[in-house]
Design a protein around this ligand. Structure first.
Ligand SMILES: [Zn+2]
Length: 222
């Protein structure tokens, strides 16, 4: 049994410091109370290591871009280091949210897809492939996410994914409304995306009517 010379208490196990005053304990260590957490330690070290590498990349990139004034050929006006920094910081937030408990896979997936699409659109604006991104990549990725959300909502017994189906409907129909009032011609991919969101919503009502009604009631508190 170990003893704290200041608090005058006996401390079992193999602790090195007093749990009350953090002073060094005297006496002989007993058998350990808690299992050693080496796995967590390694995980925490790897996390810090990648965090350090990411920040090194961000700082080095900004240094090369602004201080040495080295630019990508044909894109002399683009501060590419800011775009790289934007992606790396988003990646870091992604890792952090993966470590956090709860939220559900549906929520995480939807959030990740939308953040990636937003960053991609900014990148595409500077590197001149915005049209491809807005007309093809975004609607295809959103349609894919909606289908995955639908499958998750169908197999989820607690009905947590239901709210994402309802969000799906909004996300699928909103671009159509925006483009309609913007007086732009609707690309076929967005039309398919919109139709898909309505079809999946109808599917949700047919297969999970009770859970959809419950979700609406809970959200609107009616
Ligand atoms: Zn003490």
């Amino acid at each position: 049994m170990k003893k704290c010379p200041y608090c005058k208490i006996d401390v079992g196990g193999d602790l090195k410091k007093c749990p009350l005053c953090q002073s060094k304990l005297a006496g002989v260590a007993g058998e350990a109370y808690f299992p050693k957490q080496t796995h967590r330690k390694i995980q925490s070290f790897l996390y810090k290591l990648q965090l350090f590498i990411i920040w090194t990349l961000i700082i080095a990139g900004i240094g090369v871009d602004f201080l040495f004034d080295i630019r990508i050929p044909h894109f002399e006006n683009v501060h590419y280091s800011l775009i790289i920094a934007m992606w790396l910081i988003a990646f870091e937030f992604g890792i952090m949210s993966q470590f956090r408990r709860g939220g559900g896979s549906s929520r995480k997936m939807t959030l990740v897809v939308f953040i990636i699409l937003a960053l991609l659109s900014v990148t595409a604006y500077y590197f001149d492939f915005l049209e491809l991104t807005l007309n093809w990549i975004c609607p295809v990725a959103i349609t894919g996410t909606m289908i995955a959300n639908f499958v998750l909502a169908m197999i989820d017994r607690k009905g947590n994914a239901m709210v994402y189906l309802l969000t799906n409907l909004l996300v699928g129909v909103l671009p159509y409304i925006v483009l309609h009032f913007w007086d732009k011609k609707m690309p076929a991919t967005w039309i398919i995306c919109t139709l898909m969101s309505v079809i999946l919503f109808v599917g949700a009502i047919i297969f999970k009517s009770r859970s959809v009604a419950g979700e609406i009631r809970r959200r609107l508190s009616v």
